[in-house]
Design a protein around this ligand. Structure first.
Ligand code: NOJ
Length: 784
């Protein structure tokens, strides 16, 4: 339903407000008007092969490579069989292979980001990559690396991405691409760029509850905001060697993202030196010539503007054949570079289809339902536990010496079918609200992955309780019709565990920041009746306002478990019984009221022009930076999360220590007013952390930086480092934060380059964005 809607989006004429349009840099004027702009970068050998083989192709064959249609996979691009080039199989998505079976449903990116754990993120990615490979999927439509970044808490797809903080998002995007591509898979970083909300729709809902009358929003952004906030995560995916990047649905300063010469050619391909291919989001292509010249290399899915139309445009000369060659080079370069030409499994699954094989265009594709899960359930459980944030604790957790537990809420229960309310997880309970019908483990739409089972919280709690001789009563409902029985159960329970949720679905931004199904009332009702203390478990894909209930006397503990994937209940039990000491931190800010955020950063109306416009007027100040700038006290700040132990910090220092960057796969061409590489390290910050509590546990130390006073457009502070270490009781360790030149740089709009401002930088270290007791002032006197 959604993709049908997406395909029917209107093409609108661009209107660029001059004060917002990025200044045109002199330095990056391309020699020719429309590329190609690649020499393959460090994939020069693969690029050479791509160039050689392209010379042997006919025009039709070249065009065939640039056009992907629905096949056994979500989309399949054409191949050139006579030259041994198979088409590519494309499939979602960021939390595991979608549309197939015998795979793992992983915690979503936004959930895993709460681990602040680089090794864990990379290993998660590696394992997801192997699952895609096992099914013969050539290109994963993921990870989500900064579109959305998370500008607004109302955006319905934030849970698919890591964090609104560009440093956290960047580091995790880099590691995710790197980890996933290790298996030979090609990743597709998405959605490029400034895709911070869903379209505005002013038509009535259709018969299936779908939206009508929708128009894409133009994200109107200032150059500095684009470079410093929204681009860095994509730059990191280029450095990590992502083979593909998906252009997004929105417009950028009035131009459709998939035909934006500025965003695709000038910034992505020239400045960032991206040598792979740009493919369109589904239905985000609106033209043939403008898209081809604007920098889009492949259309997905279906032959709407590429295919025959592209062939005609090349024949007519409106798209130079050199540009078509460039598209083909870009598609084949990562394919050769990742050895998919010689060493990659055949496609072995079919979207939705349970049959054993399928013939498409005379070619037979197998579907052997291969089990690609390996021991990933164990690791998925670890990721989920390490990503569960303990927001409040009176001491009730970890649970000990109890005999009676009451469990409340549908969110503790099994979903009624594994694929929820439909295979696509576009859940509709009635045509107005999108509710999940059991425990929420993942959001809906293309960020969803299918689970073979769900370890529901009630299952895991029952099993654990049985081992400990604990009685478990439950009322797995949310509605007030069951409040009577809930009252009785709560009245007899020493601990009442209440499960509440917020289910988010692609295509729908949030209307408010509250829980689904009046979760607030459920919590309050159980709290008022519980014999002992209440533990609240929140499964949500974004910020929720907790003010109604958080300070009630019997609210003993609150766990924010995000979208934890199939191992949900097991991970929760690990935390609740103390087998895993919680260490996760919020990768976003939880405010006290919707008024704490800018009121207009989701556009809900068409406005006066021919399409809705969202002006990114808050500039760099999103999430905690907005709260800092406005002196607003959040309920739970970015970086906050409790542990069952305590930590102390000492010995904070920063030294100059130059280091060559070693992890880059593709170098960017970003201009830098300094010596050597923008990504080289220049300083190293160090702090000692001691476990001063009574149990072992991991701590996440965070480094925040304040730019010199001359940088008036900068928010008060920025995350510039984080490190996680496990500590035995009484143990001290040193956590190091290498600082790269880019981490200290700002984008100079006039000169169009990165530069390190001179003056005093202030660094602070601690365990949340508002608990940073140690300070270090660093004077930077010259260019580096
Ligand atoms: C639209 C989504 O925006 C994108 O992320 C996804 O890859 C495609 N649909 C295909 O499902």
């Amino acid at each position: 339903m959604w993709s049908i809607f997406r395909n029917s989006l209107l093409l609108l004429s661009p209107l660029i407000p001059s004060y917002l349009s990025p200044s045109t840099p002199q330095q990056f004027k391309p020699e020719r008007q429309h590329g190609p702009y690649t020499d393959g970068g460090s994939w020069s050998e693969a690029y050479g092969r791509a160039k050689d083989i392209t010379k042997k192709m006919t025009l039709e064959e070249k065009v065939n490579l640039t056009t992907a249609v629905i096949g056994p996979c979500q989309a399949n691009s054409g191949g050139v069989p006579r030259l041994g080039i198979s088409g590519l199989c494309f499939n979602d998505g960021p939390s595991g292979p979608r549309y197939t079976d015998f795979v793992t449903q992983w915690p979503s990116e936004f959930t895993a980001a709460a681990s602040f754990d680089r090794d864990l993120i990379e290993e998660r990615a590696r394992r997801i990559g192997r699952e895609f490979r096992g099914k013969g999927i050539n290109v994963e439509l993921g990870p989500v690396t900064g579109g959305p970044l998370g500008r607004s808490p109302y955006a319905g797809r934030n849970w698919e991405a890591f964090s609104p903080d560009p440093y956290l998002s960047s580091t995790m995007s880099f590691l995710t691409v790197k980890g996933m591509q290790e298996s030979g898979l090609i990743t597709c970083a998405k959605h490029y760029i400034l895709y911070e909300q869903e379209p505005v729709c002013d038509g009535p809902l259709d018969d299936e509850g779908g939206r009508t009358g929708c128009k894409d929003v133009s994200s109107d952004v200032y150059d500095k905001t684009m470079k410093e906030l929204y681009l860095p995560s994509f730059a990191e995916t280029v450095r990590a060697g992502t083979g593909a990047i998906m252009c997004s649905y929105n417009k950028i300063n009035g131009t459709a993202a998939c035909e934006s010469n500025d965003a695709l050619n000038r910034i992505l391909k020239i400045e960032l030196g991206f040598s792979g291919f740009v493919l369109s989001d589904f239905g985000a292509t609106h033209s043939t010539v403008s898209s081809a010249l604007g920098g889009m290399d492949m259309e997905l899915p279906g032959e709407h503007y590429y295919g025959k139309r592209l062939e005609r445009a090349v024949k007519k000369g409106s798209v130079p054949e050199s540009r078509l060659d460039d598209m083909v080079h870009r598609i084949l370069t990562p394919w050769y570079a990742s050895n998919q030409d010689t060493d990659y499994p055949q496609i072995n699954y079919q979207k939705y289809d349970l049959s054993d094989s399928k013939t498409v265009n005379g070619h037979r594709f197998k579907n052997e339902h291969i089990n690609v899960k390996a021991d990933n359930a164990i690791y998925a459980r670890k990721v989920a536990a390490e990503s569960t944030v303990l927001l409040k604790n009176s001491g009730i957790l970890p649970l000990k010496d109890i005999r009676r537990i009451g469990v409340f809420g549908t969110d503790a229960d099994y979903p009624s079918t594994l694929s929820g309310c439909g295979p696509d997880l576009f859940c509709m309970v009635n045509s107005k609200r999108r509710y999940w019908n059991g425990t929420v483990t993942i959001g809906g739409g293309s960020g969803a992955a299918y689970a073979d089972y769900i370890a529901a919280p009630i299952e895991a709690i029952n099993m654990k309780a049985r081992q400990h001789g604990i009685r478990v009563d439950h009322v797995l409902h949310d509605d007030s019709a069951h409040f009577g029985s809930m009252g009785w159960v709560a009245y007899q329970s020493e601990v009442c565990i209440v499960f509440v949720s917020l289910f988010l679905v692609e295509g729908w931004d949030r209307e408010h920041l509250r829980l689904d199904k009046n979760g607030e009332d459920l919590i309050k009702h159980v709290e008022s009746n519980c014999a002992g203390e209440v533990v609240v478990v929140i499964h949500a894909g974004g910020q929720v306002i907790v003010e109604d209930w958080i300070d009630l006397p019997k609210i003993g503990a609150v766990l924010f478990a995000g979208y934890p994937g199939q191992e949900t209940g097991n991970a929760l039990v690990d935390i609740m019984w103390g087998d895993v000491n919680p260490s996760a931190k919020l990768p976003f800010t939880m405010g006290k009221s919707h008024k704490d955020w800018p009121t207009d950063n989701i556009v809900r109306h068409m406005g006066k022009g021919s399409y809705p416009v969202s002006k990114f007027a808050e500039g760099l100040a999103i999430d905690y930076k907005w709260f800092d700038e406005h002196n607003t006290t959040p309920r739970y700040e970015f970086g906050f999360g409790l542990s069952y132990t305590s930590f102390e910090y000492s010995g904070f220092e920063i030294e100059e220590e130059w280091g060559k960057v070693k992890d880059t796969i593709q170098k960017t061409n970003e201009r830098f007013e300094g010596r050597n590489d923008l990504y080289d390290t220049i300083y190293i910050a160090k702090v000692n952390v001691t476990n001063t509590g009574k149990v072992p546990g991991a701590e996440i130390a965070q480094l925040y930086m304040t730019f010199p006073k001359s940088e008036v457009e900068q928010p008060p502070k920025h995350l510039k480092g984080y490190g996680k270490k496990y500590l035995e009781v009484g143990q001290t360790t040193t956590i190091k934060f290498p600082l790269r030149k880019k981490d200290l740089s700002v984008w100079d709009v006039k000169k169009q380059l990165w530069t390190i401002p001179q003056g005093i930088f202030i660094f602070r270290v601690g365990n949340s964005s508002r608990s940073i007791p140690l300070k270090f002032e660093l004077e930077v006197k010259s260019l580096h």
